[in-house]
Write a protein that binds this ligand. Sequence first.
Ligand SMILES: [Zn+2]
Length: 462
Amino acid sequence: MAAARGVMKASANPGLGLGLGPGVLRQRLAPTFGIHENIAGTSTFQRGYSVPKLSSFSAKWGDNNSYSKSGSLFDGANLSPLSGQSRSKRELLLPVPTLVDSKVIFSAAPAYGHNKEGHPECKARVSAIMKALDQAGLADESRAKEILRLDVKNMASVEEVATVHNMSYVKGLREIMDKAREEKLILLDSTGPTYATENTYREAMMGAGASLAVLDHVVAASRETSTPPVGFALVRPPGHHAIATRPMGFCVFGNVAVAARHAQRVHGLQRVFIIDFDVHHGNGTNDIFYEDPNVYYLSTHQVGGFPGTGKIDEVGEGKGEGTTLNLPLPGGSGDEAMSAVFDEVIVPAAQRFKPDIILVSAGYDAHYLDELAGLQFTTGTYFRLASHIKQLAGDLCAGRCCFFLEGGYDLKALSNSVVESFRAFVGDKSMAHRLDNPAVLYDEPSILVRQVIDEVRSIHSL
Ligand SMILES: [Zn+2]
């Protein structure tokens, strides 16, 4: 039965999670989970959810399974580009000695005002994580010294977000909040789709602000100890699909990208290594740093999934050639695949790059229970990833490491996986054996996994 379940899942959901553009959808007949554009142009969520009569600002799509990088409503804002960027440091919310003694520093920006009933990227996500941390005893008073929560009140500034996004997009989004207020809900982009409420601009700015605050505190601690805490920004909306000019794939502002620029500009940490283990390719982060030799972007994702980018030969361009690494995993890849990828690709790539800080786009939608894709990571996989990435940061960059929440839409899998990540950070034993059900897993495609690992190692001379 276990194998049968796996086969059924793999065939019903061939590497596709989020909706694809209309040109792509017309070529697909098999039902998939996620959101689709139907012929009338409204977005339909297959589990009984629909968004009729939304104002659509969606961008144009190409026919080649890639996305247009222009053509959005934000293009017309006609605002001047950013000049005189602010480099001011933010105030620390906790004293440095307190930070030094801790093992995790996290912030939560649950974005309750950015929500659409029935949409997978909803306000229940961060709440579920917080509740699970509480139930696991990780939010208890007895753990308060090890696990610090930052109560972030400050949004990111326009200037901070505009270090990676066009000013016309940032200000354009703020300007359409009036329209969102009138209409309750507007569609920013058909991919996903990406929606906005009247609170979306503010909530996205809060998410970016909470991300920067976590990074500031980790870096401050790292100046005083060789074992600083790991940071975790539990934020929404997610960010890795958002491109310079517009939102995309549930994502509004690229939180990790903004944090990377902040690490460089404000803290002088020039070499930033980004690991993105979300099941989808983080095309936004990929594109923003595609020609930048000082930001290494390494993504593992399911081959053929949304948004169709992240092919193995996308390696960066110009001065940035070689500092983008894309590793598309075959459907069904799980713990064994990721373990090999970590040892044979992530570690040698990071060792060669010699980062000053490691940032992680932590999406939990590669979990076997997540219906938006077809990989087979377990909560145990996420425990090991968290543990190994922390170790890698300790070995290479004075322990400086921050995680940022991206995807993860099965609330149980998401919250258990984040709890397991926290356990790894504080040095607790994994409880994954009580959380995972190996009986429902099927054999990983080990031959295909071996081929792609060997190919990426060859391309990147690892
Ligand atoms: Zn994702």
